[in-house]
Design a protein around this ligand. Structure first.
Ligand code: DAH
Length: 330
């Protein structure tokens, strides 16, 4: 019997101990065999043998339970050690996401105007004819509507073709003074090297009492903004036409690639067109019921800024979702 005490003590794994348990306490185990033998012993010795066997059984059970706790604890500790995860370990394959270059550019634009005390306003992407065209001095049969290739739904609803309708929504639900920008996605039926059906614009609008907002204010803020975005560039205002502003201008910067010398990107002109702007047309103020106010507005395409700043040649590559392109802008 003594040898089994030693075996229990020497068991070095939970599995080994289980084998011993079956060999000692099992139906066909040593104890069962000893008790069976007892039956053939002389009657007067039976009580003594049973007593001794029960003492052995009790001691071995105790020994077994102790060993079991030790081995189970060891096994648990080993498992915890093996499964431990070192969260501070460097992984050479871990991949990091990054903001899309268009959103990086958008953030930079928004940062500038927020620093100049503009509020950031939004409007719906599915617009109606009134906000997208009518109130912006683009009546039904106005030829300027041709400039915008619109996606139409039923009932005069459409995908907004520019962020200018946010001007109208802002003026309709608030009073001057207004100093806002409206960043967001816009949609046009167009697809080539420089046009995609969805792109992003940032609109700007400043309105205050009559005489308080001038073209000089507009020039100052846009020049300052363009130097913030492109560095030390020359800025020029060219007379142009937009239905919602009068007078209107398009704004160019000196070509950032050839420094105004003339190259492929600027079509040898030395200038790059970057935004449209003007003094808010009185018809727009009339459409929203504003009286005795003056204001300026501007609008720009974010992808165009991103392409110039990040030197991207094909606008469509921004929307293909190719990680190899995106990885270059982390
Ligand atoms: N909405 C014009 C466009 O999509 C951009 C624009 C030009 C907005 C002049 C303006 C502005 O507010 O004054 O092409």
């Amino acid at each position: 019997m003594k040898q089994w005490y030693d075996k229990i003590e020497a068991a070095d794994s939970v599995e080994k101990l289980e084998e011993i348990r079956i060999a000692v306490f099992g139906k066909k185990g040593v104890l069962a065999a000893e008790f069976a033998k007892m039956k053939s012993a002389p009657n007067e010795e039976k009580a003594q043998i049973a007593k001794e066997l029960n003492i052995h059984k009790g001691k071995m059970t105790e020994l077994f339970n102790q060993r079991k706790i030790v081995l189970a604890t060891e096994a648990l500790e080993a498992a915890m050690k093996a499964e431990k995860i070192d969260v501070s370990l460097f992984s050479p394959t871990a991949e990091r996401g990054a903001l899309h270059p268009v959103m990086q550019t958008m953030d930079r634009i928004v940062d500038y105007f927020v620093s100049m005390n503009f509020t950031v306003n939004t409007g719906p992407i599915v617009e109606d004819d009134f906000h997208n065209f009518e109130a912006l001095n683009l009546p039904k049969y106005h030829p300027a509507r041709d400039m915008q290739d619109t996606f139409y739904f039923k009932d005069e609803m459409l995908l907004r073709t520019h962020t200018s309708p946010v001007q109208i929504r802002t003026m309709l639900h608030s009073k001057p003074p207004i100093r806002m920008i409206a960043p967001g996605a816009v949609f046009r039926r167009d697809y080539d090297l420089t046009h995609t059906p969805m792109f992003h614009q940032v609109e700007g609008l400043v309105v205050d009492e009559e005489g308080k907002v001038s073209f000089a204010n507009l020039k100052f803020i846009l020049e300052d903004f363009l130097k913030y975005m492109f560095g030390d560039v020359d800025v020029r205002f060219r007379p142009s036409f937009f239905p919602f502003t009068e007078p209107s201008a398009e704004v160019d910067i000196s070509c950032i690639f050839c420094k105004g010398e003339g190259c492929r990107v600027c079509s040898k002109t030395g200038w790059l067109e970057v935004l449209g702007c003007g003094i808010v047309d009185p018809n727009v103020f009339e459409a929203v019921g504003y009286k005795d106010v003056s204001g300026y507005a501007f609008g720009l395409g974010v992808e165009r800024f991103a392409m110039l700043i990040q030197h991207i040649g094909d606008l469509r590559s921004l929307f293909e979702g190719d990680v190899r392109l995106l990885e270059q802008f982390q």
